[in-house]
Design a protein around this ligand. Structure first.
Ligand code: ZN
Length: 143
């Protein structure tokens, strides 16, 4: 199902985050400062500790998992849309530990950057808005 089509903007925002910053809050701040209200986000790096979520579809609530050890960020993928008139990042993250074991989930606040390189690909115009969806109890893109 295609909801909308977008052109890519000519500019791509690339950078790195400073040690100790909260991953999703910093990425959100960058979107706010650069007026990015829709687009794609990706990145790799390492975190000092991580807070991820798993959505329990039956009980319609997030289970929060905190991993209190350094982890590699093997892949972060996400998107930016509008929620409550502000840029909102929905991102999922794949993590690896020192043994190469892989974990992942929905990225929450409470993840501290050790080093992180990101790329934000804004779309040219138009935007998606997130609104509460009764069926899933999630804030999803409006149709
Ligand atoms: Zn998610």
């Amino acid at each position: 199902m295609i909801l909308k089509t977008f052109n890519l903007k000519n500019e791509v925002i690339v950078g790195r985050l400073l040690k100790g910053k909260d991953l999703i809050l910093e990425l959100t701040k960058i979107c706010e400062e650069n007026n990015v209200v829709n687009g794609i986000i990706e990145g790799i790096g390492a975190l000092e500790y991580v807070t991820i979520g798993y959505y329990d579809q039956k009980n319609k609530e997030y289970i929060v998992n905190r991993i209190d050890k350094p982890m590699e960020v093997l892949s972060l993928k996400g998107n930016v849309s509008l929620k409550d008139n502000k840029p909102f990042i929905h991102a999922h993250i794949v993590l690896g530990d020192r043994k190469g074991q892989v974990f992942g989930g929905h990225l929450n606040e409470g993840s501290s950057v050790f080093a992180f390189e990101y790329c934000i690909i804004p779309f040219e115009k138009g935007f998606f808005v997130r609104e509460y969806d009764k069926e899933t109890s999630l804030y999803l893109w409006t149709m």
